[in-house]
Design a protein around this ligand. Sequence first.
Ligand code: F6R
Length: 616
Amino acid sequence: MSPLGRASIMCGIVGYIGKNNNPQLGLSALRRLEYRGYDSAGIAVFNPEKQEILCLKAKGKIDELEKKFSEARFSGSPFILHTRWATHGEPSEANAHPHCDCQKNIYLVHNGIIENYKELKEALITEGHKFASETDTEVLAHLIEKYSNPGQPLEDAVRHALKEVKGAYALAIISRNDPQKIVAAKLGSPLILGINQDEFLVASDPAAIVSHTRQVITLDDNEIAVLSPDNFFILKEKPIEKIEWEVEDAQKQGFSHFMLKEIFEEPEAIKKSIVGRMILEQGLAKLGGLEQVSEQLKKIEKVVIVACGTASYAGKVGEYMFEEYAKISTKLEIGSEFRYKNAILDDKTAVLAVSQSGETADTLEAIKEAKRKGCLCLGLVNTVGSSITRETDAGVYCRIGPEIAVASSKAFVSQLCILALITVFLGRQREMSLVTGKRILEELEKLPNLAKKILAQSDYIKDLAKKYSEYRNFYFLGRKYNFPIALEGALKLKEIAWKIHAEATPAGEMKHGQIALIDENFPVVCICPYDSIYDKMKNAMEEVKARKGKILAITTEGNEEIKSLADDVIYIPKTLEMLTPILSVLPLHLFAAYLGLELGLDIDKPRNLAKSVTVE
Ligand code: F6R
């Protein structure tokens, strides 16, 4: 089994070496990784005057560390930083990184998990090492100490130490005895190097360093890099890649929260996902990433979509699209379940991983399992160069820039658009007519403007969120293409407005159980655009109404009759039935965000969550 499969801590790490002696730079970079975890943070800096490493740690978000840092104000280079999402040991100052050896010579930050830390720790204690935390990470500092010899380079001790380690790691290490370098090492957890004139960085993801440099190298598993002020060295030659998105994409740009900014970017995300990918007159989807496996795709008899959370709801919509329009048997599988259920797969099956981060351990492992079983493995991913993109045979990028808020929003609509394009791609290889292909693409092209019309109602949706903020339970209903949107509406609400509980089922399922919940205190959000199952949705609403349930309906412009059933209505523009989720989800994202704000919550960083879930 691969290291990522076993489990790894999320967390974010940053390291810097070069001409800039102000570690504030590192704190700004670390803030961009706060989505990876935010229960404690820390920094270690080599101070050349004192010839020692100064370390600060704080429980809580990076703000707490920043407060301490602004009092201490020490300077120097290199420096390493960490933001933590606890697994081994509670969130506390002692368990926060950086961790050090007994002599306080070696400091390191770690993202991952050391699986054999108990055995290593016991042995090190027997040898006389003193531990200061409950973490698995600290064993690494003591192991490196054990293998350090005077006059020997730090990387030699690191290399020796890592031979004994089982698990996953992305590491940045500094040492007082070899101070002009950072040693970085990777196995399982992501790690990139940033290359600039007279300065080098190391980070968990490009968002942390893009304001400094766009030249990056993605480290591969088992590689060790040595960064010095004027040079860097890796065990093997690697190409330098270029980050394509702009610094502003990772900033709030006038919005109070990334979550709001990213919801308001949904029309743009739709546009970026489809532009240049349609040949309208021929009714064809032009997906360069799939062209190379086009012949294999023609022979595919079954598609399995693997994903987790919000991405799995996009996948569920994809399942409906592929079956209805591409006429391919398709099944959405939750990543964490797929690996253990012994799915029947063969070389006539394509497995498509849908993932914003491209790092979700459950989805990644599902792809590895599919690979073992001989399937064609595809990715629908936003983050360029991420683990899933490297494990798959081919795929399509979202191209929407970084998504920073922990809860996914713009990536979701992008995934839906690309699934629609893949539907046309696969469909036109099969029975889909030119007319149908053209129709889908023409309707897709209209979506950015239609989505903007929904955003124009944001004040109204904000008022609705305020009105409904007194309720603590919500039930979301949808059918067919909008059943997954009911799931997404409920997840988003309970995630970012977490004082509220919400659940969702297909509308037809309500009468089999959940109807027992309904009364005047249990609002029901009904997603009921004017489509092939509208009348069935109306029946469900009648059933809710008969039990005095409050109804907030999302329906198509011009539907006046709904007002006799619903207490409140949000209208969305008309589009093709299979594309309605791309519009109906937008008011639900806004509703959840405004409700979270109404309840005084941090909608960018909901409690207990982290963005890249690299834990199995
Ligand atoms: C919910 C949310 C999560 C992610 C899930 C998968 O708002 O963001 O449910 O969708 O953790 O993440 P990715 O898409 O990175 O694989």
